[in-house]
Design a protein around this ligand. Structure first.
Ligand code: URP
Ligand code: ZN
Ligand code: ZN
Ligand code: ZN
Length: 466
């Protein structure tokens, strides 16, 4: 069946124009003025709405095992949360255990995602490396559609890659035409400060922010940039949260190095004061790494988007229940790390970015969709409204207001770190592969309706828009 979207304002990263869209078989057929419905064609009136490429969240952790627990949001409910917030594609992370087969871990994650309601793809974390691992990584890149590999510089006991192996992994990625991504925090600084704080009997969640200062992130970002330069590989800094790290990125970019950065909706909204809440149960809800920062850092990040130094926004959706967080009430180092955001990322960026005058609507599309599509090589199938592109579309109501509450959200946790906040700008309708999957406040996507998106390796990333 064909679908005609009429009377909307089509917003792409480079321009906005009034146009109608004809969709057929999951693909955008035509973008033009005054298109007429054919017999049997479904018509959606987008008068007063913005017609934008569906959001791409390049950073989620759905149903991720961590020790004896798993993140609460899975691919079915998490995908519904995503669609209700205008996101149609997520890029999640496969985290092999040390010495686990990379191919086996990849298959496990694909099985978990079989019930996905939104489209999904995978980065793979390099947690260990020897010749066998390298062979498997080659297969992931050549045959399984993985073109981005993540490296942790902290979490020494679990998923941090031996620092002596980073350069080896980076040069393998270069050989394969893949992108390296890094969680950049200096593990030594963090452990030193954690011990000092615990020795002083500081066990409250505020120890989390005190033990992960911006200098730890700045140092690790600088180091990752230096190693990527030596290896000659493009680098992407995930969840960049502070001015120190941004300075390192700007210096590298200005010298011509291919470095990209992502910031999270939470870091663009919340303040470090959340960790000082007198009730440690409440403060524990905000524990994620790197931690939320002061206004000075948030302002720097917004300036970084405006200047094009930061290209993407993610959620890093990684949800743990209150009971799971309470495991660390008497020792902040034992609180499982992570935050929600998959459901609200686009609303937060519209409200804080566009409504507050920091971003244009075209820049909003760039930082919520287009740039991620380009960097992770799914453009122009995704990330743009143009003939031939996949019909993953959000009809955005720029005036709609949405108040977040744990009582009404689709995420599977029993609190919200955005509780009671009202955001302006919200999806009216979300379309996935040409099908309406969210309308009138209801998600109708079925389990398994989301598709796996293979992302082939390639040599050059196209120009990203600020
Ligand atoms: O604290 C965080 N960010 N948890 C999720 C895993 C990661 O580091 O991205
Ligand atoms: Zn991380
Ligand atoms: Zn993450
Ligand atoms: Zn540009």
């Amino acid at each position: 069946m064909k679908t005609l979207i009429k009377n909307g304002m089509v917003v792409n990263a480079d321009e906005s124009r009034r146009a109608d869209l004809m969709i057929q078989d999951g693909t955008i057929l035509t973008v033009g003025t005054d298109l007429n419905p054919e017999q049997g064609c479904r018509v959606i009136d987008a008068q007063g709405l913005l017609v934008m490429p569906g959001g791409i969240d390049p950073h989620t952790h759905l149903e991720m095992p961590v020790g004896d627990i798993r993140t609460a949001d899975g691919f079915e409910n998490g995908g519904r949360a995503a669609l209700s917030g205008g996101t149609t594609t997520i890029i999640d992370f496969v985290n092999p255990k040390r010495s686990q087969s990379y191919l086996e871990a990849f298959d496990q994650w694909k099985e978990r995602a079989a019930n996905a309601t939104c489209n999904y793809s995978f980065h793979v974390t390099v947690t260990w490396l020897d010749e066998k691992a390298e062979q498997e990584i080659r297969l992931l890149a050549k045959d399984h559609g993985v073109n981005s590999f993540k490296h942790f510089t902290t979490y020494r006991d679990t998923i941090m890659l031996d620092p002596d192996k980073l350069l080896r992994s980076f040069s393998l990625a270069r050989e394969l035409g893949c992108l390296c991504t890094v969680h950049a925090e200096n593990d030594e600084i963090i452990r030193y400060l954690q011990h000092k704080l615990l020795a002083k009997k500081i066990t409250h969640p505020k120890g989390h922010v005190l033990s992960r200062p911006p200098i730890a992130e700045g140092e690790a970002t600088n180091r990752a940039i230096a190693l990527a330069k030596v290896a000659g590989v493009p680098l992407y800094i995930v969840h960049m949260s502070c001015a120190e790290a941004l300075r390192a990125v700007i210096t590298a970019r200005e010298s011509g190095q291919e470095v990209y950065a992502e910031s999270l909706c939470g870091h663009l909204l919340l303040d470090e004061s959340v960790y000082y809440h007198k009730d440690p149960e409440v403060a524990a809800r905000y524990v994620m790494s790197p931690p939320y920062r002061s206004a000075e850092h948030r302002d720097a990040l917004w300036d970084g988007f405006k200047a094009g130094h930061i290209q993407t926004t993610g959620s890093d959706n990684c949800t743990f229940t209150q009971a799971e967080r309470n495991r660390g009430l008497h020792d902040f180092t034992k609180i499982p790390n992570g935050s929600p955001g998959l459901e609200d990322r686009m609303r937060i960026i519209w409200s804080e970015g566009v409504v507050s005058g920091r971003l244009t609507q075209e820049e909003f599309v760039a930082v919520t969709s287009t740039n991620a599509a380009k960097i992770f090589n799914i453009y122009p199938n995704k990330g743009v409204i143009t003939p031939g592109a996949d019909a993953d579309i959000v009809l955005w109501d720029p005036e709609a207001q949405h108040t977040v509450s744990a009582a009404t959200h689709m995420q599977a946790i029993d609190y919200s770190i955005f509780e009671g906040m009202t955001f302006t700008g919200s999806p009216h309708t979300t379309i996935l592969g040409g099908e309406v999957v969210f309308a009138a406040g209801q998600v109708t996507a079925l389990a398994g309706q989301g598709k796996y998106i293979a992302r082939p390796a390639r040599q050059r990333i196209p120009h990203c828009h600020s």
